[in-house]
Design a protein around this ligand. Structure first.
Ligand SMILES: Cc1cc2nc3c(=O)[nH]c(=O)nc-3n(C[C@H](O)[C@H](O)[C@H](O)COP(=O)(O)OP(=O)(O)OC[C@H]3O[C@@H](n4cnc5c(N)ncnc54)[C@H](O)[C@@H]3O)c2cc1C
Length: 484
């Protein structure tokens, strides 16, 4: 008698390499049904924004092509995941369903329900790890609680065993059994149509596992060594740009970790400063995911409860100016344009634009997080929420609220020659570099020569930095007082 098929349920693990669930299913020799369920009906999940939906389309297309090279294909199914998978198991006579574990409350709930429904019907459910290097249960404080400080979390991770060897992709897969129906991916409407704003994003990225591998190779060959020095300078290409690939699971963090360790091995086994600094960032990603696992409300509620009473302003006009890169502060506007154009923004500039929003404009971090959620290709429930809270001063291990980034000084320090601003705000490109981060200080002759008319060709500043800072500190004092 033919073996019952095994369903492999793909979610944020859109890859073939280092995919424990897929490899385990393939190893049984049973027919395998790889499926992705597009579920917009189950309530409670974190909603994908436009840029993320574009990436998802491309990534699924790429995964399907990669599966076809092995003899299989991706089944595209749509509807509430629980119903779709239960029906599919019944209709195909599946004996088991395998998946990679998720860490968001709504997905965990879904996994539990699926387990209950299918095990009850005689379908074996197996859950594998793959999205994180360390499971939240394994990294706890001495008191058995989740960490709220990064450094002890980091040290505990490093004291654990290495994440283990990478699992090879299956060499071949059986054909999807006859009769299993699939939607057309194009019919899901994940890509923008009218207007189609995706061409500049498409030009910047190659979604899918081979695109992720190319970024990883580049990291190891060209970026790692100079990473500690270059990672803070947005005008240089000094970071990995692996974030969307990691978010969609086109590469596992373990593969990235092992690639860095192998590079160290090739140099005698010692991690150099670049390697160490990079692995630390990967562990920031872990930290954010552990926080979300512990605090499912991370996107909506401040971790420091006194911030629930913070007197945020409600000003649609300034929010729109920030979103549309019309603040009059060149580094902020450059960042917001990079974001809108490529779906990504350099980490240093993310911190600057976020701080400007929550401190100088006194608009809630949730507004900023929502805009990032809609526009980032790497928009990620854990990383986005934890980092916005960190900048706003209400999160874990957050910078003290009174430490307020000055966008002019940040620009002068991290974009000294103005290369980043010139790339994204070309109307300022003819200004001397001493004026590029504060065009309002240029004299008449400098402005004329650069063909800039402040208020016409480039916006007036929407807030005075000194006044904004004073107002932010007063707002903070008000919650400090009420917390006492
Ligand atoms: C306000 C704000 C919002 C952010 N929102 C997101 C988001 O939605 N998705 C996202 O992936 N990152 C987010 N980040 C973190 C960080 O900016 C990006 O991960 C990084 O810029 C991605 O570029 P990279 O891959 O070249 O990073 P690299 O410097 O090459 O770092 C390697 C990897 O480490 C991880 N990493 C690096 N920095 C952080 C960090 N601060 N927190 C968590 N993980 C980190 C990422 O997975 C990244 O791909 C946010 C940061 C801020 C300040």
């Amino acid at each position: 008698m033919a073996a019952a098929p095994i369903i492999v349920w793909f979610r944020a693990d859109l890859r073939l390499h280092d995919h424990a669930a897929l490899s385990a299913a393939a190893a049984t020799g049973a027919p395998v049904i790889p499926v992705y369920v597009h579920d917009e009906e189950t309530p409670g999940g974190w909603q994908r924004g436009g840029a993320s939906r574009w990436w998802l389309h491309e990534s699924l297309k790429s995964l399907d092509e990669d599966l076809r090279k092995l003899g299989s294909s991706l089944v595209f199914a749509r509807g509430p995941a629980l119903d779709v998978l239960r029906d599919m198991a019944r209709e195909t006579g599946a004996g088991a369903i395998f998946w990679s574990r998720a860490y968001e409350a709504s997905e965990i709930k879904l996994e539990r329900k699926l387990h209950g429904a299918l095990e009850g019907a005689g379908v074996r459910c197996r859950r594998f790890s793959g999205a994180l290097l360390f499971e939240p249960e394994d990294i706890k404080t001495g008191a058995g609680t989740a960490y709220r400080q990064f450094t002890p979390f980091y040290k505990t991770c490093l004291s654990k065993l290495e994440p283990g060897a990478t699992i090879r992709a299956p060499a071949a897969l059986p054909r999807v059994p006859d009769g299993v129906e699939s939607d057309r991916l194009e019919a899901w409407g994940l890509k923008p149509v009218k207007p189609d704003w995706s061409s500049s994003i498409a030009a910047a990225w190659t979604p899918g596992e081979s695109g992720a591998q190319a970024r990883l190779d580049r990291l190891v060959d060209e970026i790692l060594q100079g990473y500690p020095a270059s990672r803070d300078f947005p005008g240089t290409d000094g970071t990995s740009r692996l974030s969307p690939h990691l978010h969609f699971g086109e590469v596992s963090p373990r593969v990235v970790w092992n690639a860095v360790k192998m590079a160290a091995g090739a140099k005698g086994g010692q991690l150099d400063a670049g390697m160490e600094c990079f692995l630390r960032q990967l562990l920031w990603r872990e930290f954010c995911h552990h926080l979300l696992f512990d605090r499912p409300s991370l996107a909506t509620a401040p971790l420091r409860p006194e911030f629930a009473k913070f007197p945020w302003q409600n000003n649609a006009g300034t929010l729109e100016a920030w979103q549309q890169a019309r603040t009059g502060y060149p580094i902020v506007d450059a960042g917001m344009r990079e974001l809108y154009s490529t779906g990504w923004m350099h980490n240093r500039v993310r911190m600057v634009v976020a701080s400007f929003l929550v401190k100088h404009l006194l608009l809630s971090w949730q507004h900023g997080a929502e805009w990032f959620q809609d526009t980032l290709v790497d928009a990620d429930h854990a990383n986005n929420s934890a980092n916005w809270q960190w900048v706003a001063g209400c999160g874990a291990d957050a910078a003290p609220y009174f430490r307020i980034f000055n966008p002019v000084l940040q620009g002068k320090k991290f974009d000294a020659n103005g290369a980043y601003v010139k790339a994204w705000v070309p109307e300022l490109a003819r200004l001397p570099k001493t004026r590029i981060h504060e065009p309002w200080k240029a004299n008449k002759a400098e402005l004329e020569k650069a063909r800039i008319n402040i208020g016409e060709t480039y916006p007036q500043r929407i807030v005075d930095l000194g006044e904004g800072r004073k107002r932010a500190l007063a707002a903070y004092e008000s919650i400090k007082c009420s917390a006492v």
